[in-house]
Structure formats: structure tokens, C-alpha cells
Design a protein around this ligand. Sequence first.
Ligand code: 6GU
Length: 255
Amino acid sequence: MNFYVMTLFPEMVRDGLHTSILGRAADSGIIGIEAVNIRDYTLDKHRHVDDYPYGGGAGMVMAPEPIKRCYEAILDKRGKKERPRVVYLTPWGKVFNQTMAKELAAEEDLVFLCGHYEGIDERILSEIVTDYVSIGDYVLSGGELPAMVMIDAIARMVPGVLTNEESGMTESFENNLLEYPQYTRPEVWNGEAVPEVLLSGNHQKIAEWRMERSIDRTLTYRPELIRGAVLDKKAQKYYKKRLSEADLPDSKDNR
Ligand code: 6GU
């Protein structure tokens, strides 16, 4: 799978994505990550990529022409008939999640457009963008970090990127349950022992304990996720038990 990132900060994207699991996948050719500098597609002597907003107001707006030329260079390089999906990173986009990561991982090529300043001229957006995506409800200075977040999450879903051992990690989130707690040596650390069951060698008991701790953690930190979880019989029974013992609100909240 190939990722093309249109950006004013190509080295940030390149450096950020060539470590660890993604670096390994890129080196082995399973994924390609290409950061393309929009500024290389300007035509004026000073290589301007932005200009004042029509109608006035603070900040600058990225001009359409360099982006158009940058996009066309990517299309030429790619040399295919169908147009690729183009993701524009913006706080007003649809909020990214694991389901979207999985869906986008089925694409052969993906193009990301990273904005800066006060935004991008609407005419180039309506011409090339197919997906408007945000990574959460807060404002960042540009689209590079969101693009890198998305590429990491999407690339992990591409077959061959994760080893067998690594691929377990994603499944729990797909199942809408949070990870259970993990422990390693020493058996007692800082006066606290590893839960006995994990030393028992009883794999069924261990699986059951982990399932229960996943449910506990999800109910504590992300209770809204549980609705989408697929629970087997035992897990359902435990979940119902947990609900039946749910704390009544404190008396102070109960006035
Ligand atoms: Cl995609 N872009 C920017 N600039 N800020 C964001 C965002 C994207 N998602 C959340 N905040």
C-alpha cells in the first residue's frame, strides 16, 4: 500500500514514520511512504504557498494552484487510471477510529493533504478531496501529526505489516474492549505481587481473568464502548454481575 502526503514539512512526516514497525514495513516494501513538498510546486520566485484571505480576517490561506500541481505530480507518478482517495486533515472532519483505519487499509493508494495557516482555498478542496477527517476534538497547528497518526493506524491493518505476535494487540480494540493489565518480572515489585492466577499455568483461568479485567477497565474508563462489544456467554455473565453491583450515586450527588 502506498501513502502519499502533500505537506509543507516533508521531513517531519518522513522522519516520524520511518521508525519501529512502520519503518520495518517500509524497508521491506510492504508499504511506501512518500512525503511530497507542496512548495516544490509553486511557480513564483519566492515560492509562496499562501496568501491573504478574501473578505479579510486573521491569518493566511493556502493557495490552490501549488496543491493542484503537487496532486497532479502524484497522479503522474502513480500512473493509474482511477483517482485515489484524498484525505484532508481538518478539525471539522469525521472523527477517525479503528473501523475507518481498517476500511482505508483496503485501498491501494491513499493521498493525504496537510493544511496550515487558516486553511486551504475551498476550490481545491472541492476538486480533489474525497474524505474529510479529524483525529479528535482539539485544534492542532497543522495536518502533519493527524496524517501520521492515521498512517500508523492504517498501515498496521495492512496484511504483513504486523508479525503474528504483534497482531494480537489490535484485536482487543476491535472488539470494543480495552486491554487487560500486563505484568513482567520481577514477581514482586515495590511491595506489589503479580496476580496469582497469572503464575498458575491454568490457561482457561488466565483467559477468564483477563476477560474480566478488560470488562472492568472498559466500564471504568470507556463505558460507552461496551455497547459495541461482542461478549461470549461467560463474559456476558460477568458483565451483568458488574452492572448489578453498580454503585449507587454518592449521597452528595443525590440531592
Ligand atoms: Cl485533522 N487537523 C488539525 N489541524 N487539527 C486537528 C485535527 C486535524 N484533528 C484534530 N485536531
